[in-house]
Design a protein around this ligand. Sequence first.
Ligand SMILES: *Cc1c(COP(=O)(O)O)cnc(C)c1O
Length: 462
Amino acid sequence: MRTIIEPFRIKMTEALPVTTRAQREASLASAHNNVFLLDAEDITIDLLTDSGTGAMSARQWAALMQGDESYAGSVSWRRFESTVREITGFKHIFPTHQGRAAERILAATRLKPGDIVPNNSHFDTTRANIEYVGAQAVDLLTPEGQDIYSDARFKGNMDVGKLERLIETKGAKAIPFCMITVTNNAGGGQPVSMENIRSVKKTLGKYNIPLVIDACRYAENSYFIKENEPGFADRSLMEIAQEMFSLADGATMSAKKDGLANIGGFLACHDDEWAEDFRNMLILTEGFPTYGGLAGRDLEAVAVGLKEALELEYQRYRHATVDYMASRLIERDIPIVRPAGGHAVFIDAADFCPHLKPSDFPGIGLVNALYLEGGIRAVELGSVMFGRVLPGTKEEIAAPRELVRLAFPRRVYTQSHFDYVIEVLDLVWRQRGAIPPYRITKQAPFLRHFTAHFVRGDVEPC
Ligand SMILES: *Cc1c(COP(=O)(O)O)cnc(C)c1O
């Protein structure tokens, strides 16, 4: 059959808020034109993030009820540990309350000021945890990976030549470990090929540098490998995931992504010395090693979710939803990052609004238009999130790209929801000349996108 259906039926519903244009105008005004400051009850379709926003299965809800809340050595921990070990093969496994807790423990125990950690692209919490201990986070994406419109298949790949030059110039001692993020969230959810992970590992092996996988979307990446990398078509997603992890010395994971859970994560490794340090830090900051920062019931839900994410029918449907939206937008000549990644569609807001300069924040204009037109929440990844003000001046330094991300929560929205999003985008696209510039009136010194206040730049303040 050509129609790829949602491989589930719905046995519980949650009402979507439906609002009028006048209500949305009032809500956005009281949120100072920043969708991060909206109340969720004022949003009809929330595409802010795919993190922790997924729907759990009946099997996960049933497992939740089996949660063993013993402080130490709970049954739920054993189930969690054996599932993570089956998929990753790691000797030591530590549950954490989410991905950044795993990153924090890794950075705090393995890095010192001046160290360097290469990655294809660091996710923002990974970068922040590395920089927090005084080390340097370096991105080593390939040239195709940096090109928005290149149709290359594995745009998340690390540039192995650049990696080798970095090691040669800085010295292996300065690099306590290297990371690779599958899929590459910061770069549009683009996948990394098995061949690339293998050659990164081979290069690192020459210098005895360990490889740590940022595994948040390991199952989506496994599906991309199965579909697009020669030699993997007949392999199961589990086998592909196992092979990926077999190339690594450790992993950090946010179960809020491919754990199909609303909270959770883990840190894993083979090395006994690393494990000893991780365990001590875990006890200090997360909890006893058999629960980390989680309740027994969360461990149960994650254990089931990690396996469900590897079901072929689920991944086929998941990728079909992203491709469906991407191809409908391409048909309309709406400029998006290509090919579509695993968890989101990224719109190029600079191309969408050629009448706006980066300092007019075209991404904010587009995000706000989507909300006003259809009650849809997206997120700007452009000069508000990644740009900054030149110190001592009011001059804005633009980000390299003005993107808007529509992230897909897992198993939450149906095809008709996406048809609605496409219809709203189509309308906003046809009226794009009317998208106004925005100015910042209040901002924080760090991570300003979360709390900034904006006003329309085309209306005189009264
Ligand atoms: C979400 C994410 C993290 C951090 O995980 P949290 O659970 O949000 O702390 C790290 N790396 C990548 C690639 C992510 O997408």
